[in-house]
Ligand binder design. Structure first.
Ligand code: ISL
Ligand code: CA
Length: 633
């Protein structure tokens, strides 16, 4: 047990303590040894408390101790016989169905649209598709608010369409995973409607209802602005919603609710889907009594209340139950979306011996130290490099990581790193080399294979995302419209949600009518059609890289070791598997750098620069944003 008598090193030895301290160091961009040097690591916590009295009050320490003592397990150090389930060698491709392809010209992407593009998806070489939600939904959060878990959203098509899709995906040798959104449902779900309108309903316990008379039940904040509680005047009750007010949180402590969810999961697995991506799955277990969030923590990370649910007391138990009762009997795959989870907790949630999830999405790499999604800054790839080096220094054979930096919730990476159009092609290719040769399971987000960038939205009227719309309203009231717009434009999730760019016709081959979220003009030449016709396109290289990944086992299974780690703007690693050895070299900047590692006999398998450019620069130089892959002799 961690208490006042513990030392700093004892705290750092707990998985939660290590993740929290690492996160703070990361935010402050400070090195490890600040904590691990003997002077600091031997300090007693009582002493640290005294020293930090001005900033951290008793309530903070109480909460911190509670958190630290929640998890007494340690991530497994090794696994004598690592297995090779399909998902470790697969490349996943995420489809945002609303924006992928519109088959019936109503401006909204749909299931038959996806079916019409299966040949394209197969031609990419990807092994599995992940569909963002297509269930019946009032679309307050684009389907992440589910009204009926066993029905298809009208705009998406029918269940027959879905069954055909699944069949056709399987026929092509690919797999299909669905999005499982069970931290919350829609307020229009039958369970919620019954619970709200009938206090005696058994469904009351499916959610978090609190009497209205007492005022706001706690100080937790919603991720989509305002308090995490919605007040219903007619019924005089509050309900908890960590996301939009139309997304009430489900109460996982209530067993019948869990049983219903598991039955629903089995229902989909019976249909033959291959697994799920589990939306904000680490938020499902809330601390008993739903106590107030600590003020200091709220000031530090703005998400007031998060310490009460980001790794709640029963999380591991519920995940094991879900796996045992639903996933395992079908040998189904699971990847958890786990915002706020660091390295060690991620290992506890996905270690092979843990029987919880297969993989997690860790978000630590998505923003630079001290930055958040809505901050305007350029992302330094040296940070991404540091992140992977650190990860691989801690992971064992018991662990496996997901590799990604884009999805439907984040602006495009190319724009964050370097929005200069002149560098787009090179940078897009460099990022794809990285994504597809790093050790782990890559997740490609639609458009990434084209080098998609952020959109030139001109006003909030162009945007649809509930988060952007609410944030704009909140910020305009506080700081005026101009500054509110600048902020929203920087971090909006709509950048990644505009329709796929299929061709150069008006509507970009997505739809002939105006799309639900129109794509601003000015991206000619970057469509699928244009890139299919260009052997030097990002798309062409995406396919080349996928082929290399298939050809060389080292790129999928191989160990990873890093070369010249300290060298700024340079990232290189070796992947090795049973004598096959592959070297990857990346120039992280838009300047030339000396090449260090490739020796004369190494065979160049891929590079993103033209041979003539290379000749001109000399063999030993890495050109700006150059990426190269060698088969070593
Ligand atoms: O965008 C965020 C809030 O500021 C992220 O924290 C995001 O909400 C978080 O990663 C959870 O995302 C998932 O659940 C949300 C949904 O809106 C996102 O699209 C989904 O990916 C609620 O279901
Ligand atoms: Ca449609």
């Amino acid at each position: 047990m961690i208490n006042d008598r513990s030392r700093v090193k004892d705290v750092y030895a707990t998985p939660i303590g290590r993740d929290v301290i690492d996160k703070i160091l990361l935010q402050l961009d400070r090195p490890h040894w600040i904590i691990t040097n003997p002077l600091v690591s031997n300090l007693r916590i009582s002493r640290v408390r005294k020293l930090s009295r001005e900033h951290l009050d008793d309530a903070f320490w109480e909460t911190f101790y509670w958190l630290l003592n929640l998890e007494t397990d340690q991530p497994g150090a090794s696994n004598p016989q690592p297995a090779w389930p399909w998902w470790k060698e697969a490349v996943f491709y995420q489809i945002y169905p609303r924006s992928f392809a519109d088959s019936n010209q109503d401006g909204i992407g749909d299931i038959n649209g996806i079916r019409s593009k299966l040949d394209y998806l197969q031609s990419l070489g990807v092994d599995a598709l992940w569909l963002s939600p297509i269930y019946d939904s009032p679309n307050d959060d684009n389907g992440y608010d589910i009204r009926d878990y066993r029905a298809i959203m009208d705009e998406m098509g029918t269940m027959e369409d879905f069954d055909l899709l699944l069949e056709e995906v399987h026929e092509r040798g690919m797999r299909l995973i669905m999005d499982l959104v069970v931290n919350h449902s829609s307020d229009e779900h039958a369970w919620f409607q019954e619970a709200l309108n009938n206090p005696e309903s058994p469904y009351r316990s499916y959610y978090f209802f609190r009497p209205g008379a007492d005022g706001l039940p706690n100080n937790w904040r919603s991720y989509f602005s305002g308090p995490a509680w919605r007040y219903y005047p007619e019924q005089d009750v509050y309900t908890l919603h960590l996301f939009s007010e139309k997304q009430p949180d489900l109460n996982w402590d209530h067993e019948p609710m869990r049983q219903d969810i598991m039955e629903m999961v089995r229902w989909w697995l019976d249909k033959g889907v291959d697994g799920f991506r589990l939306d904000v799955i680490n938020y499902i277990s809330k601390r008993e009594g739903l106590p107030d969030g600590n003020d200091t923590i709220r000031e530090l990370i703005t998400f007031g209340g998060i310490e009460n649910y980001f790794y709640g007391p029963n999380l591991n138990k519920y995940l094991r139950e879900l796996r045992r009762e639903a996933f395992d009997p079908y040998d189904a795959f699971s990847v958890g979306e786990t915002p706020g989870i660091g390295l060690e907790l991620g290992r506890l949630l996905s270690g092979a011996d843990r029987k919880e999830l297969d993989l997690v999405f860790n978000f630590d790499q998505l923003e630079a130290p001290g930055k958040a999604r809505f901050d305007d800054y350029s992302y330094d790839l040296n940070y991404l490099k540091k992140y992977y080096i650190k990860y691989h220094s801690r992971l064992s054979d018991n662990d496996w990581m997901s590799i990604f930096w884009e999805n439907h919730d984040h602006p495009r990476m190319i724009s964050k790193v370097n929005p200069d159009p002149g560098q787009r092609r090179l940078l897009a290719k460099l990022l794809l080399v990285w994504l597809l040769t790093m050790k782990g399971t890559p997740f490609v987000y639609q458009g990434q294979e084209l080098g998609a960038v952020n959109q030139k939205f001109s006003s909030i009227a162009d945007m649809r995302d509930v988060e952007s719309v609410n944030l704009y309203a909140e910020l305009s009231a506080e700081q005026g419209e101009e500054s509110a717009w600048a902020t929203v434009l920087t971090g909006s999730r709509d950048h990644a949600r505009v329709p796929m760019n299929w061709d150069e016709t008006p509507g970009n081959g997505f739809s002939t009518v105006e799309a639900w979220l129109p794509r601003p003009e000015g991206d000619d030449g970057w469509s699928v059609a244009a890139q299919e016709a260009d052997p030097d396109s990002v798309l062409a290289d995406f396919r080349r890289l996928m082929a290399l990944r298939k050809q060389y086992t080292a790129l999928r299974r191989g160990s990873i070791s890093f070369i010249k780690e300290k060298r700024h703007d340079y990232f290189a690693y070796l992947r090795e598997w049973q004598g096959e050895k592959i070297l990857v070299e990346l120039n992280l900047s838009d300047l030339s750098h000396l090449r260090s590692q490739a020796s004369a006999g190494d065979k160049l398998l891929y590079t993103n620069v033209k041979p003539a450019e290379q000749e001109g620069a000399g063999r030993r130089r890495l050109l700006p944003y150059q990426a190269a892959i060698y088969l070593c002799k």
